[in-house]
Design a protein around this ligand. Structure first.
Ligand code: XMP
Length: 317
């Protein structure tokens, strides 16, 4: 019978044998899959695993620093790369969702290729691919898939010539979490909601600016912080805020305001393929809405998305 303990033991032993003294490079996202995969490879080969964590400027508030810190605490050989400007430049003026995704995918490959080149004689590319990613050819999840769907853009980057190691490619998500627990990975990482690879770029409708990112990060932090505070975080499958390219009239004191609208989205789901909007308590929504409007400059109206998937998708772009 499958147990996470025997999986860890066998996988670490076989990775050790297969990789020997070779170097492996891996991009980490802060998500469950890449973190668990990296921890397994790290147990097998230690500092010969070179991890790269890219700040694309589209992460949640303070997430880059926090996640980088936990990776360091886990003893991983991790390099944080601040590429915010590169991504903002690539996104500048783009409004079409697919164009934004392409620009982000290409930027990620450029940065990763550049970083992989700095590691001498690296032979392997580690990936957090899990079984559903293997069987679902249209999967759009995680940096691994981003690499696959864009590897034919402008010729093959050098890291694509690396041999691939995917220690989780036979596991389902709940098994990955069980393996993560056996490895002693922080519950905060294992219990995380899914977060899209293109990050906040597909939650800012229209063009991306660093100012809009900062506004949305503040809104999102209040929403997610509220879910944790009200002990609702675990009850929803995924949650986030959308910054709409719409301004509406409001009143503050005796001043008329004309500011942005944000939409909050929280869903329940098993696998993300279908989803229902989460029936969150009105008292919770009232508190979060007040906090957002009082504390985030530039936002004067909050709406809650009550659409299910299908036909509405989870992300608005
Ligand atoms: P939708 O919006 O299609 O999302 O209902 C389903 C799940 O996939 C995530 N998602 C993405 N993940 N790159 C990703 O890595 C993407 O381009 C992307 N688009 C959507 C979404 O957050 C949800 O978990």
């Amino acid at each position: 019978d499958w147990t996470s303990e025997s999986f860890v033991e066998q996988t670490v032993a076989s990775l050790r044998k297969r990789l020997g003294n070779d170097k492996v490079v891996m991009a980490l996202s802060g998500g469950v899959d890449s973190t668990v995969a990296a921890t397994l490879v790290h147990q097998a080969i230690g500092a010969n695993l070179y991890c790269i964590f890219v700040d694309n400027g589209l992460l949640r508030k303070d997430e880059f620093e926090e996640v980088l810190h936990s990776y360091q605490n886990m003893g991983l050989n991790i390099k944080g790369v601040d590429s915010k400007e590169h991504f903002y430049q690539a996104l500048s003026g783009l409004t079409d969702p697919e164009s934004k995704r392409k620009a982000i995918g290409k930027s990620f490959i450029d940065i990763f290729d550049q970083e992989a080149h700095l590691i001498e004689e690296v032979k392997w590319l580690g990936q957090g691919t899990i079984y559903p990613d293997v069987i679902e050819s249209v999967s759009v999840k995680g940096p691994s898939a981003t690499i696959k769907s864009h590897h034919n853009v402008g010729g093959l980057p050098d890291f694509m010539k690396l041999k691939i190691v995917e220690p989780l490619n036979t596991l389902f998500k709940d098994e990955v979490r069980a393996v993560g627990r056996t490895l002693g990975i922080d519950e905060k990482i294992l219990g995380r909601h899914p977060f899209p690879g293109p990050g906040l770029a597909i939650r800012i409708l229209g063009d991306i600016t660093p100012e809009k990112v900062a506004i949305l990060q503040d809104v999102d932090a209040i929403f997610i912080g509220g879910l944790r505070k009200w002990n609702l975080y675990k009850d929803v499958w995924q949650a986030g805020a959308m910054l709409l390219p719409v301004q509406s009239v409001g009143v503050m004191g005796d001043e008329r305001t004309y500011e942005s609208v944000v939409a909050l989205r929280a869903v329940t789901s098993i696998d993300g393929m279908t989803a229902d909007w989460a029936h969150l308590p009105y008292e919770f929504l009232a508190e979060v809405s007040n906090d957002i409007i009082n504390r985030v400059k530039g936002v004067n109206r909050v709406v809650y998305d009550i659409s299910s998937k299908p036909p509405a998708t989870i992300e608005w772009e």
